[in-house]
Each structure stands twice: as structure tokens, then as C-alpha cells.
Design a protein around this ligand. Structure first.
Ligand code: NAI
Ligand code: MG
Length: 363
């Protein structure tokens, strides 16, 4: 079977790191008959320069038709003054919305070779491998009403609204339980049921979903503030964490800092399974941005992009062995002591983006 991947390298270091993964994809086609069919489009500032919007309708159609989308990064000072609707991030937001990507998966993995570069003690992070599953299309970022009202007495009132319905909680909980089954078989659900009605419903629906379909997975609950504290104190107690859009935004950034290296962190955003085929729409991207400060120098770390492709192999193509091989290759290369500038430390050898790409492909 043919496997279609739509590539959106974007801006800044996006094309530099994507190019390394493209070479890997060609090698998998040539040497292993992987049968990937790739097509490439424009997103972000580069799309704006070409046709005045952050993603064109025809590229949007290709993204919707592909089995998976690989996304680099968007943005940069060149586009600071473009109209709001055409700003680079608008391309990513449209992809998330039109592809209905409701589940955001952010692993925080600490490679043994890098456990000294974290801001935490090595024993706290060494071997860390947790997954945060964040609801991405609902909650307080999208709920209505969303207003600022002038009260006329020199005061204003701002209103954001947290809204969740049963089906939204059910489907994100389902993703978390399924992910857990393929990992450490544990889910911790985080909310604030002590002060929020949406937290009460969240807790109720996660518990019911667990009981109905996933009672082989260990489930625990934590208030989200205490969860943040536990995440910093002893992160290895967690396997999969599931939470709403707002808490997930914050907790996944905290988890990112546990590993101490932005250039290493991948992410996946998944949609609902197709009723007939079971296939999910999916977009894979590094957590970091377009790094304008180092763009064009050939020194960006491509590991987050490779690790995002490893997630793509696993979740979109069920190529588990290949995915694990790629993840292992990353660890092996780091063990050998080569580093890009962002993760450089004493006694290691500094190499370029393309040298890192080549080393990973060879491993
Ligand atoms: P950033 O993630 O681009 O960079 C932060 C710092 O980390 C910089 O010093 C950068 O050089 C370094 N860095 C990031 N990725 C790296 C890599 N792979 N290798 C080596 N060093 C790396 O975040 P920043 O500076 O806040 O934003 C820059 C631009 O990226 C902005 O236009 C922002 O809007 C955009 N952005 C885009 C995102 C996306 O496409 N999903 C996410 C975050 C920011
Ligand atoms: Mg954030």
C-alpha cells in the first residue's frame, strides 16, 4: 500500500530540519520499499510571500487528503507586520481546525546522554518518558462568550468561558487510554473539580469511559495544580497525563523544560478515527518554533523533527519497529557524544544540522 505524507516545511529552520527527514524518507523508499509518496506545500510566512495567505486552499486540500502531515515551523520577524488573518500562525491554526485535530500528544523524553543538561537533578529526569495528552479544540480558548466590556466607570470586564461536553471528554480520554495501553498502562487525569464544574464533568466522564472500555488500564486523578507540583517533584511517577486545553498547555510546557532541550521535543495532533477505515487525520511537528536567530546557518538541531517523524511512523502508519529503530538511532547518536550547538556540553563534539541528520540515518 502507498503511504502519503504531505510536507509543510514552513519558515526559518523549518526547511533545514525537514530536509534531513526528507532524505530519510527517500532512503526508506529506496532501501526498504517503504512506499512513501510525498508532496510538499507552503505554510506560514513563505506561503504569505507566495500568495498572500498563511496556507492556500489547494495546500489545505492536500493536507486533508494525505495520510499524515509533517510540519516544520512557521514565523519570523519578516512577517511581524502582515495582516492578522494572514500571520504565519494562522496557517497552523487553520490546519488544526479544518483537520479537527482534537488530541495533542506531547511526549517528554529525557535521553540518558542528556540527563545532565536538565535544570533538575539527573536522578529526577534520567530515563524520563511521559506523554501528555492535551485536548486541543475545546475549553476556555474557544468557549463563548469571549468578551471585554467597558463598564463605563473606568472599569472593564473580561470574560472567557470554559465549555466541555461529554463527547469531547470521552474522545480525548479514549486517546489517552489507548496510548497508555501501548506504553506503561497508566493514566493520570488532571482537572480542578474542587472549583470548576467542567472539572466535575471531566472527572465523571473520564471515570465512566475507563469503566466502560478501558478498565485494564490503571487510572488515577489529581487536581491540576498539585499535578504541576508532582510533575516537577518526581515526574517519573507518571506515564500518560490527560487534561483539558488550558491545563495541558501549561503542563506540557513544564514537562518540556524537565528535559531541558527545546530542539529535542516532538508532538503529534490527531483527529477522530474515520468510521469506515479507522484512520485518523494527523499532523506531526516539533514543539519549537522557526528559530530566526539561527536560521540559514545550518546549525539547527533536527532531532525534534526526526522524533516527530518517529511518532508519524507509529501513529499514522503503525510502523512500530521502524519508529523504535529511529528513536533508538537518536539515542545511539547522542551516546556517541556528538551534539548540535543547542545541546552542546563539555567533552562532546559539535556538529551541523546535516551531519546530525546523516549520523541518525546511518545509526
Ligand atoms: P523558537 O522555538 O523558535 O526559539 C527559541 C530558542 O530556541 C531560540 O534561541 C532558538 O534558536 C532555539 N531553538 C529552537 N529550536 C531549535 C532547534 N531545533 N535547534 C537549535 N536551537 C533551537 O521560539 P521563539 O524564538 O519564541 O519564536 C521564533 C518564531 O517561531 C516566532 O515567529 C514564533 O511565533 C514562531 N513559533 C512557531 C511555532 C510553530 O511553528 N509551531 C512554535 C513557537 C514559535
Ligand atoms: Mg504553550
Amino acid at each position: 500500500t502507498e503511504r502519503s505524507i504531505f510536507l509543510l516545511p514552513g519558515d526559518g529552520i523549518g526547511p533545514e530540519i525537514m530536509s534531513e527527514v526528507k532524505t530519510l524518507i527517500s532512503h526508506m523508499n529506496d532501501k526498504e520499499g517503504a512506499n512513501f509518496k510525498t508532496d510538499e506545500g507552503l505554510v506560514g510566512g513563505s506561503a504569505y510571500d507566495a500568495h498572500g495567505e498563511a496556507i492556500s486552499d489547494s495546500d489545505m486540500e492536500k493536507a486533508l487528503a494525505a495520510d499524515a502531515v509533517l510540519f516544520g515551523a512557521v514565523g519570523g520577524p519578516k512577517w511581524d507586520d502582515v495582516p492578522y488573518e494572514a500571520r504565519p500562525e494562522a496557517g497552523l491554526l487553520r490546519l488544526r481546525k479544518d483537520m479537527a485535530l482534537f488530541a495533542n500528544l506531547r511526549p517528554a523524553i529525557c535521553y540518558p546522554a542528556l540527563s545532565n543538561s536538565s535544570s533538575l537533578r539527573p536522578e529526577v529526569v534520567e530515563g524520563l518518558d511521559i506523554l501528555i495528552v492535551r485536548e486541543l479544540t475545546g475549553g476556555v480558548y474557544f468557549g463563548e462568550p469571549k468578551t471585554i466590556t467597558d463598564l463605563g466607570n473606568g472599569q472593564k470586564r473580561a470574560v472567557d468561558t470554559q465549555v466541555y461536553e461529554t463527547y469531547e471528554i470521552e474522545r480525548i480520554a479514549g486517546v489517552a487510554f489507548e496510548m497508555a495501553r501501548a506504553r506503561g498502562n497508566k493514566v493520570c487525569s488532571m482537572e480542578k473539580r474542587n472549583v470548576m464544574k467542567s472539572g466535575v464533568l471531566w472527572n465523571e466522564v473520564v471515570t465512566a469511559t475507563h469503566k466502560a472500555k478501558y478498565d485494564d488500564v490503571e487510572l488515577s486523578h489529581m487536581l491540576a495544580d498539585a499535578g504541576g507540583m508532582q510533575l516537577v517533584r518526581w515526574p517519573k511517577q507518571f506515564d500518560v497525563i490527560v487534561c483539558d486545553n488550558l491545563f495541558g498547555d501549561m503542563l506540557s510546557d513544564v514537562a518540556a523544560m524537565l528535559t531541558g532541550s527545546l530542539g529535542m521535543l516532538p508532538s503529534a495532533s490527531l483527529g477522530a478515527p474515520d468510521e469506515k477505515t479507522g484512520a485518523r487525520k494527523a499532523l506531526y511537528e516539533p514543539v519549537h518554533g522557526s528559530a530566526p536567530d539561527i536560521a540559514g546557518k545550518g546549525i539547527a538541531n533536527p532531532i525534534a523533527m526526526f522524533a516527530s517523524f518517529a511518532m508519524c511512523l507509529r501513529y499514522s502508519f503503525n510502523m512500530i519497529a521502524e519508529s523504535e529503530r529511529l528513536e533508538k538511532a537518536i539515542a545511539t547518536v547522542l551516546d556517541s557524544g556528538v551534539r548540535t550547538g543547542d545541546i552542546m556540553s563539555e567533552g562532546c563534539t559539535q556538529i551541523t544540522t546535516s551531519e546530525m541528520g546523516k549520523a541518525i540515518r546511518e545509526a
